[in-house]
Design a protein around this ligand. Sequence first.
Ligand SMILES: *Cc1c(COP(=O)(O)O)cnc(C)c1O
Length: 391
Amino acid sequence: MKGMVIITMNTTEKTNKYIMSSYKRFPFEIESGNGIIDFGSGIGVNSLGYCDSEWCEAVCKQVNTLQHTSNLYYNKPSADFAEKLCNITGYTNVFFGNSGAEANECAIKLARKYSYDKYGKDAERNKIITLVNSFHGRTLATLSATGQEDLHDYFFPFVKGFVHVHANDAVDFAEKLSGDVCAVMLEYVQGEGGVIPLEQSFLNMVYMLCAEKDVLVIADEVQTGAGRTGKFLAGEYFGYRADITTMAKGLFGGLPAGVCLANEKCAGVLTGGTHGSTFGGNPVVTAGGSVVLDKAANPEFLSEVAKKGDYIRERLANVGEVASISGMGLMLGISLKTNKAADVAVAALEKGLLILTAKEKVRLLPPLSIDYESLDKGLDILIEILEDKTQ
Ligand SMILES: *Cc1c(COP(=O)(O)O)cnc(C)c1O
């Protein structure tokens, strides 16, 4: 368990005393990424693993040159990153925020203003359809968008204008797609909701009806994007590019930022002064992000991600405790027959393997760059736990 230390009381005590207790933490402190067997990558963030040499070099070089400028001035790392990302994805332009939630906030504002500009204020064409069991973030607007009722407590009043539709329910969707809807926001694979991919037929209908009615499609690829599923964007699996796509988690290799990408139709909506962010497009973050793009958008790298996902599935296929495996590429959800996912996560941690859970499933989001040796080490531990009848 190199790199991990079992409870240093100091850190635990300080954390519990001085950091708001909004998180349930494992009683482990992580000091260094070196040597960790990690199937979680900090919730899909450390896409190139720990201490990737080129990423470190780009980040350190930029820290030593210029750490921040604000958006009052131009900076080259953000311009270079934006150009690369647009070329890779086919989008027209990008807005930089600091997190997934902020990327989605931008998408929500953009969609509402698109409709306002085109149909006028009086049309009140401002509703956004999201899916039941979705997760879009923790700010008030993105929490209101999130289709999980158990999260809709305490913080009243929530932001109006979100309509929740059952995933893969064509009838529910068609009924709720009324004249006051300006956009639909969805995750191609619901991540926090339990690693559940949408059905192709449902997406076909969503895209068809939205095109007919000039309703924008917003793909929340905060978790699925940047190569996680074996495609650069998960939408590629389904043959669609949304009007707006948001990305964050793995896109910058471990530094905090999020982006909202717009197609030609939406690229001119957020005009001067309508949106902003002090830190957005930070040069250090985007310098690191460019290294992620150089690696993770490479077709060979992406097919390796898909292969590694298949390999994990193969190794788990014959484990009796595994009921089913969902997801794509290196974004996998494992349903268990008898064990509780949370207990498996604790047992894994005790054996030196980091894993995640999503709802009742074990969730795996290993670094995209993980090698087979580390995969095998982690899988050996996971399988040993799942086959241990005394668990
Ligand atoms: C994690 C996540 C978010 C929120 O991202 P933050 O960076 O925590 O704000 C939004 N949408 C999806 C799909 C996510 O997985």
